[in-house]
Design a protein around this ligand. Structure first.
Ligand SMILES: *Cc1c(COP(=O)(O)O)cnc(C)c1O
Length: 358
């Protein structure tokens, strides 16, 4: 059975992007390939609404590699960090800080809850030097108020580090206006590319800090990447094929308009949420991203719902792991999905409800 993915990465890919993946790769230490990298840098900066003096680093690593590399390059033992932990991805930043023995405190949120200005007030004037957050906590489907957090950072003279991996191109994102110093992106989410490539966008302020920070890593030293990117290159062999696919994808998005691209995903999310109103699901998030809808079945085991859809309809939702495995399943709205795909999913859910499976 041909499967339709409503996952959050990898997601359904466009035909022309898949085709590129079947081609012979070019040698990459060439002017042609440098120009592609520089062009990607320009397009990404525009799509993130980054300052014109910002820089882009291309890492051949999954998103977690870029999360680890960003923390490692930006901070040292003198820093005092604040991490918002609303689920698995927030927790990952805490793990990274533990490994590198960095000082940090967490703001621990209950599943489905967002962080408010009132909560942040407790952390004012406490000498923190950086705030680290996932724009969208993908494990529970909570989108944070980055504009509010950005203001908090400016007021308290903190660096603002945002993992926007599952929010970029699904939700509005204004790096410069919201005072974000560093943005982390990854290829397999709304960019709808194969996994393996991550991108870090840095403003001048954080570049200055990075340039003064000694890093103990061969592969992940951002100074090397920044230096090489001046000529459109990377220090090590990059995922050449995914870079070519990224170039094509961004060129298409730029032509179509980034706001239109976001709007389409938002429309899909709205359509789906509207159509399942009468089904026995709870949507346990107080601040949803357009990227996905978290569903908590009122009667059934969430993982069983995932299995049933996959086995009987070839519909693949995004199950949760860990403590949420039995209670939460997520429906992705990103990637090459159309209204018919969602109608198929909605029909299947209605049929399951009719048979009292849900
Ligand atoms: C997907 C995702 C990541 C990256 O995870 P990898 O498996 O390492 O690619 C990081 N942060 C968030 C918020 C994500 O959604």
């Amino acid at each position: 059975m041909k499967e339709t993915l409503f996952s959050v990465g990898p997601v359904m890919m466009d035909e022309d992007i898949k085709e590129i993946g079947g081609n012979q790769l070019p040698y990459f230490r060439t002017d042609e390939f440098s120009n592609i990298n520089l062009n990607i840098e320009e397009m990404l900066k525009k799509m993130c609404y980054a300052d014109k003096n910002s820089k882009v680093i291309t890492l051949t690593a999954s998103g977690t590699g870029a999360m680890e590399a960003s923390i490692l390059n930006c901070f040292n033992k003198e820093d005092k960090l604040l991490i918002i932990v609303g689920g698995g991805f927030g927790h990952r930043f805490a793990e990274i800080c533990d490994i590198y023995e960095l000082q940090y405190d967490t703001i621990q949120l209950e599943n489905g809850k967002t962080v408010t200005e009132d909560i942040m007030k407790n952390y004012e004037g406490k000498g923190y030097t950086g705030l680290i957050v996932n724009a969208h906590e993908t494990s529970t489907g909570v989108l944070y108020n980055l504009e509010m957090l950005g203001k908090f950072c400016r007021k308290n003279n903190m660096y603002f580090i945002v993992d926007a991996i599952s929010s970029f191109l699904a939700d509005e994102y204004y790096m410069d206006k919201w005072g974000i110093d560093l943005t982390i992106l990854s290829s397999q989410k709304a960019m709808a590319l194969p996994p393996g490539l991550s991108l870090v966008i840095l403003n001048e302020r954080i570049i200055k800090k990075i340039n003064h920070n000694k890093v103990k890593s061969v592969y992940f030293d951002f100074k090397l990447y920044l230096k090489n990117m001046e000529r459109g290159q990377t220090p090590f062999t990059p995922a050449v094929g995914i870079i070519l696919q990224l170039h094509k994808a961004l060129t298409k998005i730029e032509e179509y308009g980034v706001q239109n691209y976001i709007k389409d995903i938002k429309e899909r999310a709205k359509y789906f949420r509207n159509k399942i109103k009468d089904l026995p699901f709870e949507i346990p998030s107080e601040s949803l991203s357009n990227c996905l809808t978290p569903l908590k079945p009122k009667k059934n085991n969430a993982y069983d719902v995932y299995l049933y859809l996959k086995e009987n309809y070839g519909i693949v939702l995004c199950p949760n792991g860990g403590e949420l495995k039995d209670t939460l399943v997520r429906v992705g709205h990103i990637g090459n999905l159309n209204k018919e795909n969602f109608d198929g999913l909605i029909d299947a859910l209605n049929e399951m409800h009719g048979k009292e499976i849900i």
